[in-house]
Design a protein around this ligand. Structure first.
Ligand SMILES: [Zn+2]
Length: 453
């Protein structure tokens, strides 16, 4: 007798290369059996006609804020993630993360969380913790050494690697990048980067970080490749990827299924000269909050908002659909939402990325198979970062997402970025039901996930 049995669902488990109608038994918080035989459970869920997938793993998440005084997490995005069927996120991306990573992970375990959280160390707080340094200037070797000590402590406590936001800290040079990547290599972690430039700067920006990968022999990961990264030169960048992989480099990328990106209007992304890369057209930029909410910018409204509200999120409708398609199809690309929201405003990727990937790429465009999509949303991501999740194999944590392939779809839009997806039937975290028919039942089942060293 099992505690829970999911009956007659289309079970997809890329770790064991399974895709067939089977019964799945759970005992306690672990997957105990997958079989075509009839099995009984104390609780049984009829999954006929539904897909039973490992809980989705988000390769690129951004909600890392924790109020130490209040002892509270900000949960806007992780609640949206859970409703999408995501059970584990990889946070600490683009060089942005908590000031004290170890304390953050301990707090996750004490308080519980909507989803499981694996973390990368983030370059921004590593640098800022050593003093108040100018993002536009290099730091000296003594500072890099101090950063290495903190990084080593975090990697020793379960961080899966290190992320850089080279775009946001233009002063970051080869010496700082290489010194830190050598520490990541020592722990067999992954070094991820939001690279320095996009469009006509894309190839040079990728070359810069790939060269650090060659010199450090570190695993290299390129963040949100479809957006502020390879867009404009996607074909060339993906060819470069293939060349690097053929020469033995461990290289991969994440991507989200939208043709527009989103970031703070005050960030270095929009520093002087940026508009040239986006076709000298301010109307490609849409404001997400304030008095110009949902309006396309003019030069005047753009400059006014950047001056008065640098913290507002702006959406840039600049990417080409065929390039995003190319990126998502590539065998080395996995799904990462890159979700950010500010007061419920922002980009729909935070509430729609995972269902949208299935709806648009598997069902509507038919350019990715269902099996491959599930692999890119689960096991491939887990394996890339050594996260012990994303699998339905016997003995693994029972993190499971059950969805209806007929009805799964995203409903979030640029004007309503928090609209809930459809078609997510059940989400289990460690054998407990967290979501039923799109409704959240429990938001405290997630914990920190730590790299085993
Ligand atoms: Zn980024």
């Amino acid at each position: 007798m099992y505690d829970i049995v999911l009956k007659n669902g289309l079970v997809i488990n890329p770790e064991d290369k399974i895709m067939s109608v089977l019964n799945l038994g759970i005992i306690g918080n672990k997957i105990s059996r997958i079989t075509s035989e009839e099995i009984c459970g104390l609780k049984e869920y009829d999954c006929e006609g539904l897909v039973v997938s490992p809980g989705f793993v988000d390769a690129h998440a951004h909600e890392d804020s924790y109020d130490e005084q209040e002892g509270k997490f900000k949960l806007d995005i992780t609640l949206s993630m859970l409703k999408m069927g995501v059970t584990t996120i990889l946070g600490g991306q683009c060089g942005i993360g908590p000031k004290d990573l170890c304390q953050y992970m301990d707090a996750l375990d004490q308080k519980g969380h909507p989803v499981n959280v694996a973390m990368l160390s983030a370059h921004g707080p590593l640098r800022n913790n050593q003093g108040d340094y100018d993002n536009y200037k290099a730091v000296d070797a003594k500072i890099v050494d101090a950063m290495k000590i903190q990084l080593e402590r975090e990697l020793g406590q379960g961080s899966f690697g290190l992320s850089f936001g080279i775009r946001y800290i233009p002063g970051l040079n080869d010496q700082e990048l290489l010194g830190l990547c050598q520490v990541v290599k020592k722990y067999n972690g992954v070094a991820a980067a939001h690279v320095r430039g996009d469009n006509e700067e894309a190839i040079d920006s990728f070359e810069e970080f790939i060269q650090i990968g060659r010199e450090s022999d570190c695993k290299i990961h390129l963040s949100h490749i479809g957006s502020m990264a390879a867009f404009g030169q996607m074909k060339e960048v993906l060819e470069l990827f293939d060349e690097c992989a053929a020469s033995g480099m461990d290289i991969a990328a994440d991507c989200y299924p939208y043709n527009a990106f989103c970031t703070d209007i005050g960030s270095a992304t929009f520093d002087e000269g940026f508009i040239h890369r986006y076709g000298d057209d301010y109307s490609k930029i849409e404001m997400t909050e304030g008095k110009y909410k949902a309006q396309r910018c003019t030069k005047e409204t753009f400059l006014e908002t950047r001056r008065d509200h640098p913290e507002y999120l702006a959406v840039a409708h600049v990417m080409k659909e065929e390039e995003v398609d190319m990126a998502l199809k590539h065998p080395r690309t996995i799904l990462g939402s890159d979700g950010i929201l500010s007061n419920g405003n922002g980009h729909p990727r935070a509430s729609g990325s995972f269902p949208r990937f299935i709806r648009e790429y598997v069902i509507n465009k038919e350019i990715v198979s269902l099996y491959t999509a599930i692999e890119k949303m689960t096991y491939q991501t887990a394996r890339r970062f050594d996260i012990p999740k994303g699998s339905l194999s016997i003995g693994k944590d029972a993190d499971i997402t059950v969805f209806d392939l007929e009805s799964i779809r995203d409903t979030a839009t640029f004007s309503n970025p928090v609209s809930n997806p459809e078609g997510i039937k059940y989400v289990f975290i460690r054998g407990e039901l967290a979501v039923r028919d799109g409704e959240i039942l429990r938001k405290d089942l997630g914990k920190s996930v730590r790299k085993l060293t």
